[in-house]
Design a protein around this ligand. Structure first.
Ligand code: FAD
Length: 287
């Protein structure tokens, strides 16, 4: 099924993200975790892609396995470290495997891939154009309610985002955010700039206080004071932190649904117990 059709149904829904293994040793563990999460009947599941392409084979295998279990899969695909031929080959394999949805990403610039002259792709909009020209995938793109960390101003980032949407994105999924008002303001600005595709809200249940400080520093996401107090209080108590993080994410999700954001994507990081608790907390709401 295409994700755009899930969105168009207009019902509140929940989807989950998993990341593939880096090596074959952990493949079975990740496959099992993704299958467990699949039993929660998500509207779809996304499978991330290693920035350097190292896990491309596993992204495909996990996504394909989810589809075989009856769950719509969204395969992430980055381009910055790949040639056009490599991307073409991956797209063909996705199509052959029956995957209908692709999240088209540039990928992060790392110390290993800074040689711009060698790049076939500079920005995700080039990948979106390539996919839409030759394939019938439903294509998503990433967006950043607090601005992409590399971009000087949010208005410039939105202009760049518009180029990506005009290249053919059917929907956008947000970077994590911890204050819903940031998302509501962002959506207002998108609409003002003529970006009218559906927005999927990405929610990260924080279950590790120390990790979140590092993640926020990298992604540029701001932790609101209310949430900082929770992290300060519970980060040394893993079980309490997990409970508080799930409660905070649940509150965010209910507020999003109440304000008309129907599709919420959980950065569940292969954690079945976290995904299940969130799903159970809103079971009547998404029934
Ligand atoms: P782009 O849309 O290309 O934007 C990158 C930067 O360039 C922005 O600052 C933008 O303003 C600017 N820009 C864009 N287009 C132009 C243009 N034409 N001219 C000038 N400037 C431009 N990374 C992974 O490695 N694997 C994953 O699976 C993965 N999944 C993700 C899922 C989501 C929902 C999100 C939000 C991010 C994900 N990422 C993933 C991280 C992502 O790869 C990085 O954030 C990366 O730095 C930017 O990718 P992008 O596709 O948003 O890039």
């Amino acid at each position: 099924m295409k994700i755009i059709d899930i969105i168009k149904s207009g019902k509140p829904s929940l989807s989950f993200e998993v990341f593939p293994p880096k090596t074959s040793d952990s493949f079975d563990g990740v496959k099992k975790a993704s299958e467990e999460i699949a039993t929660l009947s998500p509207s779809f599941m996304s499978v991330t892609y290693g920035a350097g392409g190292g896990t491309s084979e596993y992204t495909l295998k996990i996504a394909q396995n989810l589809q075989s279990k009856g769950v719509t899969a969204l395969a992430h695909l980055t381009c910055v470290n790949s040639t056009k031929e490599e991307v073409e080959m991956r797209l063909k394999m996705l199509k052959k495997s029956g995957i209908e949805n692709v999240l088209a990403l540039r990928g992060d610039i790392t110390p290993e891939n800074q040689n711009r002259e060698k790049w076939d792709y500079h920005y995700a909009n080039e990948l979106v154009t390539q996919i839409k020209k030759e394939y019938d995938f439903c294509v998503g793109g990433a967006c950043y309610p607090e601005g992409h960390p590399e971009c000087e101003t949010q208005s410039l980032d939105i202009k760049n985002l518009k180029r990506k949407v005009e290249a053919g994105c059917d929907f956008l999924t947000t970077q994590m955010f911890f204050d819903n008002n940031i998302l509501y303001n962002f959506i207002y600005k998108l609409r003002e700039n003529g970006i009218n595709v559906p927005i999927i809200a990405g929610i990260m249940p924080v279950t590790n206080g120390k990790q979140i400080k590092r993640t926020c520093a990298l992604s540029g996401s701001v932790l609101p004071q209310r949430f900082k107090a929770i992290v300060d209080k519970y980060s040394d108590n893993p079980e309490a932190m997990k409970q508080a993080g799930i409660a905070y994410a649940t509150e965010q999700i209910i507020d999003l649904y109440a304000n008309g954001i129907n599709v919420v994507h959980i950065y569940s990081m292969n954690k079945f117990d976290v995904a299940k608790k969130i799903r159970d907390n809103i079971s009547e709401i998404i029934k």
